[in-house]
Design a protein around this ligand. Structure first.
Ligand SMILES: [Zn+2]
Length: 265
């Protein structure tokens, strides 16, 4: 291979390599990227909103369950519905960045993902008054540019350990719960959607209908359910989980008490 071809191949790998992070074996090797956290806690996350047709129903249900979550917002949705974004933050949930539009980072023209990530992060902060800490790329597909942009804007990329396949036409609350069930364990990060912006019309009803069951099963197993900010992603593991404290990242600041307005969490 000639030198310029080698360079091109290297650049292609650099660009596409992080996209493989959604593959289960790669996620097992990168647990904090997958959202692996506190073994006594389950992180609940929603993507693709905010949407005035569905997000308020999720806020009501989470309030009824006494549960806080992380909402990965799309810039284009938040620009259209800033009041719903404010409602999310006002209800005590965590707001995070899902990009500006729901595009695949690997097919975006150079510079676009970086510009849009910054634009979305600034809008989330301006609308909600909360500085976002997390970034989840659409489809969970990361490029080198997306990783660099996230880092530049102080966002930590985080994917998920379990999903409910709630975006399909045939999804029901029962199918979502059944799909998530094997993944309902301490340390898990769950992916659901609070709107159908990029899913089958009305599919959000399956996620909404599954919420009580998901939260109930976690609590019955003695697990707390809450946002990523309370999940301890990347925190040193305790002796109980067999981690090596010296090899892990520094502690994050304590979890804000506002994430747990009720004793149950
Ligand atoms: Zn999405």
């Amino acid at each position: 291979m000639r030198p310029h071809a080698l360079v091109a191949a290297g650049l292609a790998l650099l660009h596409a390599g992080p996209g493989a992070a959604w593959l289960p074996p790669v996620r097992r090797l990168l647990p904090s990227l997958a959202g692996e956290g506190d073994p006594g806690h389950v992180a609940l996350t929603f993507d693709d909103g905010p949407d005035p047709r569905s997000t308020p129903l999720f806020l009501d249900e989470l309030d009824r369950l006494g549960c806080r979550a992380t909402f990965f917002l799309l810039g284009e949705m938040l620009e259209r519905h800033p009041e719903i974004g404010r409602d999310i933050a006002r209800a005590g949930h965590e707001v995070a960045v899902h990009g500006w539009r729901h595009g695949n980072a690997l097919v975006a023209r150079p510079g676009r993902v970086a510009a849009e990530t910054g634009r979305a992060a600034r809008l989330v902060a301006a609308v909600t008054g909360a500085r976002p800490r997390w970034y989840r790329p659409p489809y969970g597909v990361l490029s080198a540019e997306a990783l660099l942009a996230a880092r530049w804007h102080g966002l930590r990329p985080v994917l998920w350990t379990a999903w409910g396949r709630d975006w399909t036409e045939r999804a029901t609350p029962e199918s979502v719960l059944r799909t998530l069930e094997p993944g309902l364990r301490g340390g898990a990060t769950l992916l659901l959607h609070d709107c159908d912006h990029t899913s089958a019309p009305g599919s959000w009803r399956s996620a909404l209908g599954a919420l009580a069951g998901v939260v109930g099963r976690c609590r019955a197993a003695g697990l707390r359910v809450g946002p990523l900010g309370a999940h301890g992603v990347g925190r040193p593991r305790t002796a109980r989980t067999g981690g090596v404290p010296g090899a892990a990242r520094p502690h994050r600041p304590p979890v804000p008490a506002s994430f747990y307005p009720r004793p149950e969490g």
